[in-house]
Design a protein around this ligand. Sequence first.
Ligand code: ADP
Ligand code: TRP
Length: 334
Amino acid sequence: MTKIALTGIKPTGTPHIGNYLGMIRPALELAHSYRALYFIADYHALTTERDPERLRRQTYEVAATWLALGLDPREVIFFRQSDIPEVFEFTWILSCVTAKGLLNRAHAYKAIVEENIRQGRNTDDTINAGLFSYPVLMAADILLFGTHVVPVGQDQKQHVEIARDIASGFNSHYGNVLTIPKALIRKDVMSVPGVDGRKMSKSYRNTIPIFADDKFIRKQVMRIVTDSKPPEAPKNPETCNLFSLYRHFSPPEDLEEARMLYLNGGAKYSDIKNKLIVLLLEKFKEGRRTYEVLLNDQAAIEQILKQGATAARAMAKPVLADVRLSIGIDRSDL
Ligand code: ADP
Ligand code: TRP
């Protein structure tokens, strides 16, 4: 039986090269050997995104990004989370078998609580219940399709582990109903740094967007933080933010040459930045054209997502039917 790979991305901003290297590219590679389901997690975005127009636009941006990077909708079931009502029924069922304490330990929630405490605010200040139960919705996304593997970056590891815990808990009470998923994380790209050296993330404004215009890409690359060593000083490539981005795009010979210049002296940051700009623009040149065409053709995107939703629901329904039966809600009209 072909195994199932599933992953999602929130439409909370414009996709960046951290998303590309850490998740989108590995997921597209897996699509050749797994039954792949990839989706836009728009209801996850709602925990933080309150502007309807922006949510709509960002959803199309994420869809156009996947398609422009080569997702073939004939090969991958590509859909929007909110088009699958089964996810939300399942979320409730899973909520009822999830210990609240498990969610108290989720990193994203804990980080906000800790920050509130540090600032002397109420523990749960600004935290909505959706944000707290975010991992349950994510578990529903994953478990609803019998997923085996979830390609993600390192920051999502705990969420997949929570989904595993929830599935195991469910199974130990109700029998072997749910497939236990596993995160697939590529070591070399598990946490791509942003221009300020922290993890590249839409929420830190430190990204290099995949399909931004030339001017913005140039600006962001020029912002990459480096130390103040002069070109002739030997430097450690492994701890250099710029090098760790450059290595993902440079041809192997040039990379080796740059590594030697770092180690022996002679590496000039501005030269490497200029090379990186050229490499990025070249790498995504064709994709950028497709991206722009797609963004101007929302009807085409809608059609692809609708077709994906139909295929995804066909896979979800038998799983949800089994779940309902196992918990004692017997309905035959699914
Ligand atoms: P962001 O942190 O920018 O909001 P998302 O949470 O939408 O990104 O992440 C979408 C996918 O991309 C996830 O699988 C996540 O692990 C991966 N990802 C995000 N940022 C990075 C990064 N800097 N390095 C590697 N993978 C990343
Ligand atoms: N939480 C993920 C993120 O922020 C997005 C996501 C939602 C997801 N549901 C998922 C990822 C299911 C993998 C599987 O990146």
